[in-house]
Design a binder for this molecule. Structure first.
Ligand SMILES: [Zn+2]
Length: 260
């Protein structure tokens, strides 16, 4: 695959127009009063700049997003029991499949976890309360699957393409722009917490089983994690991982067939 991926915005006037609206409304330097033709032409130029995003830039953008997440959420200090348990259950897992990993816990009740294209993996303490070590490992493998299968990467590129303001805000550093903090939160919502397709989820489940086998973890942790999610969902609470993922009972059944 080429280093640079030319996105649809370059060839789609309609998408470019959508991006232009975003840039006009959101660019922090935009005056509140009416836009001159020069401003609008400037915005159009920004849309063109956003059209090409290299894989290296994408990793930097993910880094900016994970920094913002860590600022917003309660990262468990190294001596916290959740951090200690997570470090133990992922011992030796400094990297996997070519991705350098930074696995840490958030002290948050949500049953949730995510991974990003820069190798950031965050597991919420609410999920750790509900799951055994092998079940947590399976969720981590599934989230790494989304990264390695580039599900989030495609979404981020699409978001950058559709909202030119995201890629031009802030000051440039090292050739890659700094996305404004005020916009990183929305980007995280659109990219990290968004729902993937059923196909993407199935691929990530398969990836998770491979991850478990490769690391010598108990494969039963995967269907078992799905059982836990199904049971939690039956309680009627708002479980983050259930809101963004397909029916856990079906996923458990499918995975059990694969590891019989
Ligand atoms: Zn998933």
């Amino acid at each position: 695959m080429g280093k640079h991926i030319r996105l649809l915005a370059a060839i789609s006037p309609m998408l470019a127009a959508a991006g232009l609206v975003g840039a006009t409304l959101l660019a922090p330097t935009s005056p509140a009063h009416s836009q001159s033709l020069g401003d609008i032409m400037g915005s159009a130029k920004k849309v063109a700049q956003a059209a090409t995003v290299s894989d290296e830039e994408i990793v930097v953008y993910f880094g900016q997003m994970s920094d913002e997440m860590d600022r917003q959420n309660s990262l468990a200090p190294a001596n916290n029991p959740y951090a200690v348990r997570l470090a133990k259950l992922t011992q030796g897992l400094d990297s996997y499949d070519g991705l350098d990993l930074d696995i840490q816990a958030y002290l948050m009740d949500d049953v949730n976890a995510f991974a990003m294209g820069d190798g950031t993996v965050r597991v919420y303490s609410g999920l750790m309360d509900a799951m055994t070590d092998d079940e947590v490992r399976c969720v981590i493998g599934h989230e790494i699957g989304h990264v390695k299968l580039e599900h989030g990467q495609k979404r981020l590129k699409r978001a950058l393409q559709q909202d030119a303001a995201l890629s031009v805000a802030g000051t440039a550093s090292g050739g890659v722009r700094q996305i404004a903090n005020s916009q990183l939160g929305g980007l995280v919502q659109n990219v990290v917490y968004a729902q993937h397709s059923q196909k993407a989820e199935t691929q990530s489940d398969d990836y998770a089983l491979g991850f478990m086998a490769a690391n010598g973890y108990n494969l039963q942790g995967c269907p078992s994690a799905m059982d836990k999610l199904a049971a939690l969902g039956g309680g009627g609470g708002g479980i983050a991982l259930l809101q963004t993922h397909p029916d856990p009972a079906k996923r458990a059944k499918r995975m059990r067939k694969q590891i019989e």
